[in-house]
Design a protein around this ligand. Structure first.
Ligand code: HEC
Ligand code: HEC
Ligand code: HEC
Ligand code: HEC
Length: 495
């Protein structure tokens, strides 16, 4: 499939030593003429002393690096086998790190990066790295930024300000699919996972400079001959996903871009949306949203019956991801295609506006008026018994107000790809708008007779892994604790 980067691969570009002036930096000198006027003399004296102090700093930092660092790190020349090195190469140290991380590292406030030691072939012990004072660390960082810039590194093609949470999830999938996890650790549910043979990456969003990491990803061989990373057969988009994903790791509250709040959605047009719907959706969903388009007959599960849904009740991020990236990204049938590339951001915004304007009755949802919305009770369960891995687990949490509240928030609002209430209903009765017409029906949590036969472990397993062949999706990205909180909340419906 060729290289994913539009620019010519720099694989064969000879590397320019980024630090040609490493050994003769900071030799500025000032000459004074004796005929200068009095005050001018003082001005010059002042400037001179500043420059002098700075030059001395530069000079002493250079000495420090030469005497205390270069015995283990290379600051010049070409990269080579790590088995000839004592520490990671630093020829590009001026482009590689985010400064706050670098200062923390140099002042001894960071964990080791190599769980088995950088040279695991010699010793598995983690080294005690030299520690600098805050002031000297800042001098070193200044020096790096001035002298150890790698001219190959250009502005990244990835714009993090438009990076979405869904894209990050695609990146996470690539991280596993391309064996990255085999050699680099990340954190899942707060626990370290993955092979510990190279640098850990769970904090990489606070560590790397995006431009350096993008260039590295383009062809790791240009930086180290030993990386097992191979991304050359990724598309340009795939490269964006994995590069962006690493930049989110360890970053608290990474500000994901939310397309459904952006301009195309503000100027969405129902009329234009009707045209999109006619041209792209009717073939399966039918002209009136009856799920009876000519393409529907061979499909299982059947295309959704929009006419029976209240699409205003569906969260916008869910609808966006469903229509833009297709059914499989939100745990639905892959036969619901991805439309983003075909109809574009504006087309997606328009067709969602059209659907929300047109399909808001949710006929099947409201039931007979007057009759209290209540699912069957007792209810027939189709869910299979979950695997042993889950089934014998017990809820470690108490139904404290805090836990119930956390469970409620997830259930009613924040769980991804969609909130539970969408199917199980605001009141837990299994009558949510997304559950209408779904067979088997979502569980009715208000039904005590049914609920008391479901163990905590069973619920835990179904929530984590879904119920294949039914509408119940897998909530893979919920943390264990969150699942337990949800279970406490769900149980409160039948009390
Ligand atoms: C005894 C050898 C040794 C000396 C001396 C040494 N380092 Fe290191 N350095 C290492 C090793 C090994 C690592 C990787 C450690 C780990 O995290 O497992 C490292 C990591 C680093 C890193 C992070 C590299 C990366 O992975 O991107 C920086 C930056 C760094 N050192 C700077 C310095 C500076 C500045 C000095 C001098 C003040 C210095 N080092 C002195 C061995 C050394
Ligand atoms: C076979 C093991 C292996 C696999 C698989 C692997 N890597 Fe690496 N990676 C390395 C080694 C070795 C290095 C060089 C650093 C070192 O000496 O450990 C490296 C370096 C890196 C670095 C730079 C580390 C630093 O701070 O200098 C990043 C980032 C990285 N890899 C990301 C990835 C990604 C993303 C993938 C998956 C597409 C991947 N790696 C797959 C072994 C591996
Ligand atoms: C090739 C057939 C096909 C086409 C064309 C198609 N869909 Fe779908 N769509 C499906 C199927 C199948 C499902 C049911 C997925 C499931 O239940 O797992 C579905 C489900 C949906 C749902 C409901 C999702 C839910 O959570 O229940 C919406 C909304 C939707 N499609 C919107 C659209 C829009 C908008 C278009 C046009 C831009 C479109 N579809 C075009 C096959 C199609
Ligand atoms: C798209 C609709 C849908 C959403 C969203 C949904 N569920 Fe379900 N859920 C179902 C369906 C359908 C069933 C019944 C499956 C079956 O009988 O096989 C079910 C069953 C269950 C069960 C019963 C398991 C058993 O063994 O009886 C639990 C517990 C559950 N869901 C929890 C949740 C939680 C928690 C959430 C939100 C994090 C959620 N569900 C979101 C559709 C949904």
């Amino acid at each position: 499939m060729g290289n994913y980067f539009p620019v010519k691969s720099s694989q064969n570009t000879a590397m320019k030593p980024p630090s040609t002036n490493f050994l003769n930096a900071g030799n500025s000198s000032l000459k004074l003429k004796t005929t200068f006027q009095f005050c001018f003399f003082f001005m010059v004296l002042f400037i001179w002393s500043c420059v002098g102090a700075w030059a001395a700093n530069d000079e002493s930092t250079r000495n420090l690096i030469e005497n205390q660092c270069s015995s283990c790190h290379k600051f010049e020349g070409k990269h080579e086998s790590k088995f000839n090195l004592k520490g990671p190469d630093l020829m590009w140290a001026g482009n590689k790190y985010q400064r706050p991380w670098l200062i923390r590292w140099l002042t001894g406030k960071e964990e080791n990066l190599y769980p088995n030691g950088f040279r695991w072939d010699i010793s598995r012990d983690q080294i005690k790295h030299p520690v600098l004072s805050e002031a000297v660390a800042n001098d070193v960082a200044d020096y790096f930024e001035k002298h150890f810039l790698d001219s190959r590194i250009k502005k990244s093609f990835v714009d993090l300000s438009t990076f979405t949470e869904q894209e990050s999830q695609f990146g996470a999938a690539i991280f596993k699919e391309f064996s990255c996890l085999g050699c680099h650790q990340i954190k899942e549910d707060g626990k370290k996972i993955g092979g510990p043979i190279s640098a850990n990456l769970y904090d990489s969003g606070n560590r790397y400079n995006l431009d350096w990491w993008s260039k590295f990803a383009e062809n790791p061989q240009n930086f180290t001959p030993h990386s097992g990373e191979y991304l050359a057969d990724l598309s340009m988009l795939g490269a964006r996903y994995i590069i962006g994903y690493l930049m989110t790791l360890g970053v608290e509250d990474f500000k994901y871009f939310e397309p459904w709040k952006a301009e195309p959605f503000q100027k969405a047009d129902v009329k234009r949306g009707a045209t999109v719907y006619r041209e792209y959706c009717v073939q399966c969903h039918g002209p009136q949203g009856g799920g009876d388009g000519p393409g529907a007959s061979g499909l299982e599960p059947k295309p959704a019956v929009h006419a029976k849904m209240d699409l205003n009740e569906f969260p916008e991020d869910y609808l966006y991801n469903l229509v833009y990236y297709g059914g499989k990204t939100v745990g639905k049938s892959p036969n619901m295609p991805d439309w983003g590339m075909t109809i574009g951001e504006q087309g997606v915004a328009d067709v969602i506006a059209y659907m929300q304007e047109t399909f808001k009755t949710g006929e099947a949802v409201s039931d007979d008026p007057g009759k209290k919305a209540q699912g069957d009770c007792p209810q027939k369960r189709n869910t299979k018994t979950v695997s042993f891995k889950y089934s014998n687990r017990k809820n470690p949490l108490e139904p404290t107000p805090a836990n119930l509240k956390a469970g409620e928030a997830l259930y009613q609002k924040t769980a991804k790809p969609m909130a539970c209430k969408l199917c199980h209903g605001k009141l837990g009765d299994g009558k949510g708008p997304g559950g209408a017409g779904v067979k088997p029906a979502p569980r009715n949590f208000t039904c005590q007779a049914t609920m008391q036969e479901i163990s905590d472990g069973q619920m835990f397993g179904v929530i984590k892994a879904g119920s294949p062949g039914t509408a119940m999706p897998a909530f893979k990205n919920l943390k264990d604790k969150e699942v337990w909180q949800l279970i406490l909340y769900i149980r409160s419906f039948s009390k």
